[in-house]
Design a binder for this molecule. Structure first.
Ligand code: FES
Length: 122
C-alpha cells in the first residue's frame, strides 16, 4: 500500500490518498479520481504538462522503476532531468526528482507529490 500526499499552492490543503497494493494507476489517474487538479493535456507522456516533483516521505525510500522512453524524452526536453539523474535512473534504477504524473505508477512507497498548478511547472 502506498500513501500519496498531494501538495500545491492551488489546493486549499494537502490531500493524502491510499493506493492499494497491486494498483497500477498512474499518479495522474489517482489525482483525477480524487479531484486533485494536476494540469494535464495529452495524458500519454507527450506534452510534459503534468510535471510533478516526487519526494519520499517517512522511512521508505523511493522505489526504483524504469522511466518510459517518453518520460525520459519529455523530462530532457523540459530540462528537468540532469545527465547524472538520467544515468542513475538507467543504471541504478534510482528515480529522478521530477516525473510526469501520467507516466509514474507509485508502488509500495509513501510519497509527496508537489505541483505548481501551471502546466509543465513543477
Ligand atoms: Fe502530457 Fe503527462 S499529460 S505528458
Amino acid at each position: 500500500m502506498s500513501n500519496i500526499t498531494f501538495t500545491s499552492p492551488i489546493m486549499k490543503k494537502d490531500k493524502t490518498i491510499y493506493a492499494v497494493a497491486g494498483n497500477t494507476a498512474t499518479i495522474l489517474s489517482l489525482a483525477k479520481e480524487h479531484e486533485i487538479p494536476i494540469p494535464f493535456e495529452c495524458g500519454d507522456g507527450d506534452c510534459g504538462s503534468c510535471l510533478i516533483e516526487v519526494t519520499a516521505l517517512g522511512d521508505k525510500p523511493l522505489m526504483g522503476m524504469s522511466l518510459t522512453e517518453k518520460e525520459k524524452a519529455r523530462l530532457k526536453e523540459l530540462q528537468m532531468i540532469s545527465a547524472e539523474e538520467l544515468e542513475q535512473a538507467e543504471v541504478n534504477d534510482i528515480p529522478p526528482r521530477f516525473r510526469l504524473a501520467c507516466q509514474f505508477i507509485p508502488r509500495d512507497e509513501d510519497v509527496l507529490v508537489s505541483f505548481t498548478g501551471t502546466p509543465g511547472g513543477s
